[in-house]
Structures are given as structure tokens and as C-alpha cells.
Design a protein around this ligand. Structure first.
Ligand code: ZN
Length: 248
């Protein structure tokens, strides 16, 4: 049963038939993990906390720096130097004291990933390292966890949703880890609205998974270019010989 205060807080989304009171109760009993509290994780975690995801996990081993603030909007001048999960938790607990924020102030590795993601029903990949992205894909596939993948560079970004066993995983779509390391945001540059859009789409995918409604971006790679203002979609399919999900 929702409290009077919860009914008021969530009124504008509960009025939508696809959410309703039953959907809000699903959200409040859901557990979602955001891995990476940078440009993508900032808007994603913001909207998930605001929507009333009951347990919101935050995982990141980095600390907030001044050069993050133009795009990593969950942080602020007063939290420069703090671990990003600690910084984000301060902001998100103020935004919504109704939910539980769990911090995992460490980088996910092949040794801790399975344990950490085990507590959650949906995982968001909001990373900027290719190695970490493949590692998280493999851990989610092995644990059969839905994973919402996002990536950005300069003015463009992509999103896809991975439901292990029922659509392609990240390795099916991008079989090769790039031989030459892709450029980091520090090298390539990034403008804030790009991860703002992509991270928001990731949050919406997670809400749809929890609510069990809508058409997920499974088998679909959404490509966004905000310099030419285009959104387009590429169909992607499973690779039967995929080393991560081929045996599922
Ligand atoms: Zn695969």
C-alpha cells in the first residue's frame, strides 16, 4: 500500500495507465544497479531515484573532479574529491528520501562483479572503459541479468538493452574489443547533453523492464547524433558462436 505522501510524490507518473498504482508498487520494490556515476550514470541515477526505484545501487571507484562537473550533473562543487557513489548518494537521498541508496565505492572487476550485481534485477552499464564494458556484459550474461548498455563520444551515443538468452549481448554486437584503445572523454571530448540524452534513455529502459511494459531496445541499437540531430536504429542479432551468450 502506498502512503499518502507517496501518492502525491508519484502522482504524475501513476496517472499513466502503463504505470498506475500497481506499477508504482513494482518500482518501489525494484532493485536497480547503476555502474558508473559519470556522464551517463548521473541522469540515469537521477531519474531512477526520482521515479521511486526502491533500492538503487551505485557502483564506481572514481572520485569527483572539477572537470567532471560540466556533464556529471549528479555531483557538485561541494563534493569534488569524494568518491562518486558517496557524492551521488548525497544528492539522490535529498531528491528522494523515500528510497534506499546503496553505495559500492569500488570498480567492478571479474572478482567482485557477480557478487555486486547479484543483489539487483536490472543493471545499467554507464562506463567509459571498453574493458569494463565487456567485463560487465559477461558478468550479466553469466548471471542472466538484464543489462542496459550506453556509450557516448563527442556528439554521438548509442543505447541497447541486453536480455541474456533472448537477444544479442554486447559481444554479439561488437565481437572484438578494439585493438587500439578507444579515446577516453578526456582525449575525445564530450558535451553534457549527449550523455544526458543517452543516460535518460537507459533509465527509461530500466523502468520499462521493471514495469514489464513497452518495447525494449533488445536486438536494436539506437544511434544518436546530436550534432546533426538524428536518432536512428540498427537491427542487431545474436551470434550463435558468441563466447559470452552463445551457449544460452
Ligand atoms: Zn553474445
Amino acid at each position: 500500500m502506498l502512503t499518502r505522501r507517496q501518492r502525491e510524490r508519484y502522482a504524475r507518473q501513476m496517472v499513466i495507465p502503463q504505470v498506475g498504482e500497481a506499477g508504482q508498487e513494482k518500482l518501489l520494490s525494484s532493485r536497480v544497479l547503476v555502474v558508473g556515476l559519470g556522464g551517463l550514470g548521473s541522469p540515469a541515477a537521477y531519474y531512477l531515484a526520482a521515479a521511486g526505484v526502491g533500492v538503487l545501487g551505485l557502483a564506481d571507484g572514481d572520485s569527483v573532479s572539477e572537470s567532471n562537473l560540466h556533464r556529471q550533473i549528479v555531483h557538485g562543487a561541494s563534493t569534488v574529491g569524494l568518491n562518486k557513489t558517496v557524492s551521488a548518494a548525497i544528492r539522490l537521498r535529498d531528491l528522494n528520501p523515500d528510497i534506499e541508496i546503496r553505495t559500492h565505492p569500488e570498480h567492478l572487476t571479474p572478482f567482485n562483479a557477480t557478487d555486486i550485481i547479484g543483489d539487483y534485477e536490472v543493471v545499467l552499464s554507464c562506463l567509459d572503459s571498453m574493458e569494463a564494458r565487456y567485463m560487465l556484459n559477461d558478468a550479466c550474461v553469466a548471471s542472466r541479468k538484464p543489462l542496459v548498455e550506453g556509450g557516448v563520444m563527442r556528439f554521438s551515443g548509442l543505447v541497447t538493452t541486453i536480455i541474456p538468452g533472448s537477444g544479442p549481448c554486447y559481444r554479439c554486437i561488437f565481437p572484438q574489443v578494439p585493438a587500439t584503445p578507444t579515446m577516453s572523454p578526456a582525449e575525445a571530448g564530450i558535451v553534457g547533453p549527449v550523455p544526458g540524452v543517452i543516460g535518460s534513455v537507459q533509465a527509461m529502459e530500466a523502468l520499462k523492464i521493471v514495469l514489464g511494459t513497452g518495447d525494449l531496445l533488445v536486438g536494436r541499437l539506437l544511434l544518436v547524433d546530436l550534432m546533426d540531430g538524428s536518432f536512428r536504429e540498427v537491427k542487431v542479432s545474436r551470434d550463435a558462436s558468441c563466447p559470452a551468450c552463445g551457449a544460452l
